[in-house]
Design a protein around this ligand. Structure first.
Ligand code: IMP
Ligand code: MG
Length: 168
C-alpha cells in the first residue's frame, strides 16, 4: 500500500469543507446524510468541524445487477428516519466513482422536497464517471486508483486507517 493522502492533509481538507458548508448555510440548520458504510469516518470529522446547527442521519445503499456497471441498479437498503421536507440536506459520501450511487440517491431524496439538497464527497475519481453527476463540494480529485482508509475498505478491511492509501 502506498500513502496517497496523509492524516494531516485529510484533516486540513475536512476542516476547510466544514468551513465552506457552514458559511454557505450560515444562520440555518443542516441535516447531514451519511452514506453507509464508507462515509462514517468523514461524517464524524466533518460534523465536529461545523459551526452551525447540525443533525445527522444515515442511508445505506446496495448496487446490484449484472452486465455493464453503468446499467447497475441502486437499491436503498436502509432509509432515513428523518422527513426531508423543508430541510437543508447535505449528503456526505466518501468517494464518487462512476457516479451511479449518488445520482440515484440525489434523485430519490429530491423527490421528498427538501428546502435544498447538496452533496459533499471527500474524494472524486472524475475520470471514471459513467453517470452525469457532480458533487457541490469535493475534497480531492484523484486519479483512477483503488483507495482504502479513512472509512474506505477493501473487503471490509482498512476502514480504520487514518490516512488514505492506494491499494495494489
Ligand atoms: P459509484 O456509484 O461508482 O460512484 O460508487 C461509489 C461507491 O463505490 C463509493 O461510495 C464506495 O463505497 C465505492 N468505491 C468506489 N471507489 C472506491 C475505492 O477506490 N475504494 C473503496 N471504495 C470505493
Ligand atoms: Mg460508498
Amino acid at each position: 500500500m502506498k500513502l496517497l493522502l496523509s492524516e494531516e492533509e485529510v484533516q486540513k481538507k475536512v476542516a476547510a469543507l466544514a468551513r465552506r458548508i457552514s458559511r454557505d448555510f450560515s444562520g440555518e440548520e443542516v441535516l447531514l446524510v451519511g452514506v453507509l458504510k464508507g462515509a462514517f469516518v468523514f461524517l464524524a470529522d466533518l460534523t465536529r468541524q461545523m459551526t452551525i446547527p447540525v443533525k445527522i442521519d444515515f442511508v445505506r445503499l446496495a448496487s446490484y445487477g449484472a452486465g455493464m456497471r453503468s446499467s447497475r441498479k441502486v437499491r436503498l437498503t436502509k432509509d432515513l428516519e428523518t422527513p426531508l421536507k423543508g430541510k437543508n440536506v447535505v449528503v456526505v459520501d466518501d468517494i464518487i466513482d462512476t457516479g451511479m450511487t449518488l445520482k440515484h440517491l440525489s434523485r430519490r431524496l429530491k423527490a421528498r422536497r427538501p428546502n435544498s439538497l447538496k452533496v459533499v464527497a471527500l474524494l472524486d475519481k472524475s475520470g471514471r464517471r459513467e453517470a452525469s453527476f457532480q458533487a457541490d463540494y469535493v475534497g480531492f480529485h484523484i486519479d483512477d486508483h483503488f483507495v482504502v482508509g479513512y472509512g474506505l475498505d477493501c473487503a471490509e478491511e482498512y476502514r480504520n486507517l487514518r490516512g488514505i492509501y492506494i491499494f495494489k
